[in-house]
Design a binder for this molecule. Structure first.
Ligand SMILES: [Fe+2]
Length: 265
């Protein structure tokens, strides 16, 4: 079984480059399952129902998010419209599972491909240098007790490399992949851990690289140089799609390989 995980889609340049490349990657690599982090897909801040439809139309099965999940109010209502046992599109957009109990939406999705292959996707958020949330390690333990699928992909949306690597080791042998998102910079440390879990600290942004992590570099520089507030705008140039391609055993969920992918214009 082959899984494509696409890193943080950032604004319209990110959506455009993903649209340009995803079709030929899915065909040439015989991809079965597609998961994408979409928390910055709407102009760099959040995702709307209309934009999520655009991404689902590309063949995506599950959209993950992170700290920007609440940026667009219409998404909150959209997430609340889905019943826990639904398989419709709003239920296939997930937010970090370790948010406070009662938060809109769901932190994981469990489904099956048309051929019957079961899979699950878990979204978690780190706690180091981020807003406070529940313990992602204990929340992962609790979710793994209730998930029946063997093929399980974890998107850990986190700032610190140490926290992400620690989660990789913690879940090694218990999930198919632990993939980091949020920093927007792909790391060159993809590997399969000894227990059979594919791991990469950060898959990287699918968006404009002529930028500071997606934002117009002049605006970010001005913030660093003056400390003055100012509105951040998404950059436009040098769009690239960053992704990880994982091959695993559909029966056991054990990963065989993980490959880093980056495709430009
Ligand atoms: Fe983020």
């Amino acid at each position: 079984m082959r899984i494509l995980f696409v890193g943080d889609v950032f604004g319209s340049p990110g959506r455009r480059i993903v649209r340009e490349h995803i079709g030929h990657v899915l065909d040439s690599q015989n991809v079965d399952l597609v998961v994408m982090n979409a928390e910055n897909a709407a102009g760099g801040f959040g995702v709307t129902p209309a934009i999520s439809d655009e991404l689902f139309d590309l063949g995506v099965h599950v959209l993950t998010t992170g700290n920007h999940v609440w940026d667009k109010k219409e998404l909150i209502e959209y997430l609340q419209s889905a019943a826990a046992d639904s398989h419709e599109r709003p239920r296939r957009i997930i937010r970090p599972a370790n948010y406070v109990a009662g938060t809109p939406g769901y932190g994981f999705y469990e489904g099956a491909l048309p051929n019957g292959q079961a899979y699950a996707v878990i979204n978690l958020q780190g706690r180091v240098f981020m807003h406070s949330s529940d313990d992602p390690f204990r929340v992962a333990d609790a979710l793994l007790k209730q998930i029946k699928a063997k093929v399980i992909l974890v998107d850990l949306h986190a700032e610190a490399t140490s926290e992400k690597i620690a989660m990789g080791w913690y879940l090694d042998g218990r999930v198919t992949a632990v993939l980091g998102t949020h920093t927007h910079v792909p790391t060159a440390d993809e590997r399969v851990l000894p227990g059979g879990t594919a791991y990469q600290t950060d898959v990287g942004m699918s968006g404009p690289y002529d930028s500071v992590i997606g934002v117009e570099k002049e605006l970010v520089l001005a913030r660093f140089l003056t400390g003055m507030p100012g509105k951040f705008e998404p950059a436009r140039g040098d769009a690239r799609m960053s992704a990880a391609l994982i091959e695993c055993d559909g029966g056991t969920g054990r990963a065989y390989s993980v490959q880093r992918i980056q495709l430009g214009e």
